[in-house]
Design a protein around this ligand. Structure first.
Ligand code: ATP
Ligand code: MG
Length: 288
């Protein structure tokens, strides 16, 4: 029914297993989970720099889980009438409960962030409270798993991190060498390329997000296409061109980490962002 699966997502092996453990196995082996006293619903927050595959992974979850899947954009349920948005949100959780087991996905939980400068603040407060209330209502093993994604985790109300809500946070980091090799192969899959040299590209794309790598392939394809139009004969994308384009591109994740460095230590003393802290303190990251 869904064409994207985990095979289309490069790297993230631990993360994929975590999702299987939290969503897929509980649905396959509910009795086993019960026997070990593990509940099957709850909430997972996935966060990380832009372009590193959060949305892609959420789409792949749809292709992997043996149950219902409901993806909702919070921006789609906003209703200018008093209480309308909360009512819509309640309806969505009701639908998920009625269709349990169900995975309920919010790819834009940052839109729940408070905007203290605007008149929308109190409306936002109501929506956040409703969201928290709905998540608390899932606690009694209703077999609804909520997955939220954000690239601004520090914006999220800390109340979301309490047990029974988004009590697990998973850091989607930029792809390491092995993951970039997979992404490069995925990108090259449907394009004519002369003598694809994966290791050379892996080296030239250190620090790149998946979206950065996609951009490199797109840009090189465009340049080759333009040359083909002007010369009148089609040629494959030269490997040298891919390397040149990659070397001239600045990885887009740097700014995010610069911001996160402050937020990770200030905004969440409860250890919620430990994975980011570990990543930032790793010797291979510090060198950059
Ligand atoms: N791990 C990956 N494997 C394969 N492709 C990837 C990966 N990460 C990123 N990409 C490519 O980059 C594109 C953008 O990634 P995606 O939209 O999933 O990023 P995101 O983490 O959701 O970013 P944002 O925080 O901006 O929402 C994907 O559609 C895909 O083509
Ligand atoms: Mg996204």
């Amino acid at each position: 029914r869904f064409s994207t699966t985990f095979a289309d997502v490069g790297g993230m092996d631990e993360l994929k297993e975590e999702i299987r453990l939290k969503i897929i196995y509980p649905l396959q082996y509910p009795d086993l989970y019960k026997a070990y006293g593990r509940s099957t619903g709850g909430g997972i927050l996935i966060y990380g720099p832009p372009g590193c595959g959060k949305t892609l992974l959420l789409r792949a979850v749809a292709g992997e889980v043996p149950c219902n899947y409901l993806s909702v954009g919070l921006h789609e349920i906003f209703d200018p009438y008093f209480g309308g948005t909360e009512g819509n949100l309640h309806q969505i959780f009701e639908t998920a409960r009625a269709n349990a087991p169900c995975v309920l996905v919010f790819d834009d939980v940052d839109s729940l962030a408070q905007d203290r400068r605007s008149v929308r603040e109190s409306q936002m407060r109501n929506l956040v409270n409703q969201f928290l209330h709905e998540m608390d209502g899932l606690r009694d093993n209703q077999r609804v798993l909520v997955i939220g994604a954000t690239n601004q985790p520090w914006q999220l109300d800390p109340a979301f991190r309490r047990p029974g809500r988004f009590d697990q946070a998973i850091f989607v980091r930029p792809p390491d060498d092995a993951a970039r090799a997979q992404i490069i192969v995925l990108q090259a899959r449907d394009k004519p390329i002369s003598n694809l040299d994966v290791p050379a590209l892996v080296e030239a794309t250190a620090g790149f997000s998946g979206a950065d790598i996609e951009w490199v392939f797109g840009r090189a394809a465009e340049m080759t296409l333009s040359a083909a139009i002007h010369s009148g004969h089609a040629v494959p994308i030269p490997m040298e061109l891919l390397l040149t384009v990659a070397r001239s591109h600045t990885p887009s994740t740097q700014n995010w980490f610069d911001g996160m460095r402050d937020h990770a230590t200030q905004a969440a003393p409860d250890g919620f962002f430990n994975e980011v802290r570990k990543y930032l303190n790793a010797p291979s990251t510090k060198e950059r």
